[in-house]
Design a protein around this ligand. Structure first.
Ligand SMILES: NC(=O)c1ccc[n+]([C@@H]2O[C@H](COP(=O)([O-])OP(=O)(O)OC[C@H]3O[C@@H](n4cnc5c(N)ncnc54)[C@H](OP(=O)(O)O)[C@@H]3O)[C@@H](O)[C@H]2O)c1
Length: 202
């Protein structure tokens, strides 16, 4: 069970209050993973916010703490100020936004990369490279994208309200992409953000 701290609740006291409110809404005493939703760098509150997260961890209110939408520069600053490495960095990541720099930084520091909008909200599923690979494996393009994420080592959180697609999205553990197929999907990268840029969202 993961929840995130919204931007307007950053700051030490505000973050502690927001956690209490989220936990109460969820009906939970303990949350598995709590994330800072965006760094909002111009507001310069994420270090102070992280101190509140460290307290929640020390007090046993959360099992793990992490961040979302943090660029390597934001993570570097956090690591310089804290002994606790974020367990997770949840970022926009899909075949049209491969995020090599972020994934390399996360991997070098033992931070799990979690992909949000892992299907690019469905917008990449018509790509010819994907439909061809899908036909070869008898899978759908969405399953091919999810399998690509898993083989890259990403944690992946696709969203669907459609029961058949939810079933499809978890049925990705009985086949393997070749190295060349992984490469072909990675080469669809065009730096496409479907959401905000973390450097400028404040
Ligand atoms: N940390 C952040 O800042 C942040 C920002 C945005 C999103 N997120 C998180 O990321 C997760 C998913 O993101 P998302 O919903 O934006 O994008 P997504 O999972 O990439 O795409 C969801 C879209 O793809 C469709 N879809 C799902 N499975 C499919 C399949 N097997 N075949 C064809 N289409 C399929 C869904 O349609 P239907 O639902 O109609 O089936 C929906 O339109 C959510 O948990 C969200 O909270 C985090």
């Amino acid at each position: 069970m993961t929840t995130k701290l919204w931007n307007t609740d950053q700051g030490y006291d505000a973050a502690l209050r927001a956690f209490d409110s989220s936990a109460a809404k969820l009906g939970l005493d303990i949350v598995d993973l709590y994330l800072i939703h965006w760094p909002t760098p111009a507001r310069d509150l994420y270090l102070e916010t992280w101190r509140a997260f460290e307290k929640l961890l020390a007090d046993g209110r959360v099992r793990a703490i992490g961040v979302s939408n943090f660029q390597p520069e934001h993570l570097q600053r956090l690591l310089g100020e804290s002994g606790i490495v974020p367990a997770v960095n949840q970022v926009e990541l899909h075949p049209a936004l491969v995020q090599q720099r972020v994934r390399d930084f996360d991997a070098a520091h033992g931070i799990a990369t979690e992909a949000w909008s892992p299907l690019a909200k469905g917008s990449v599923l018509h790509e010819q490279a994907l439909t061809e690979i899908a036909a070869r494996h008898g899978k759908t393009p969405a399953q091919i994208v999810l399998r690509w994420h898993i083989q890259l080592g990403n944690t992946v959180i696709p969203k669907s309200v459609t029961p058949e697609r939810i079933r499809q999205n978890i049925d990705v553990f009985d086949f393997e992409l070749t190295g060349a197929e992984v490469e072909a999907i990675t080469s669809l990268d065009r730096g496409l953000r479907t959401g905000p840029d973390p450097d400028t969202l404040n």
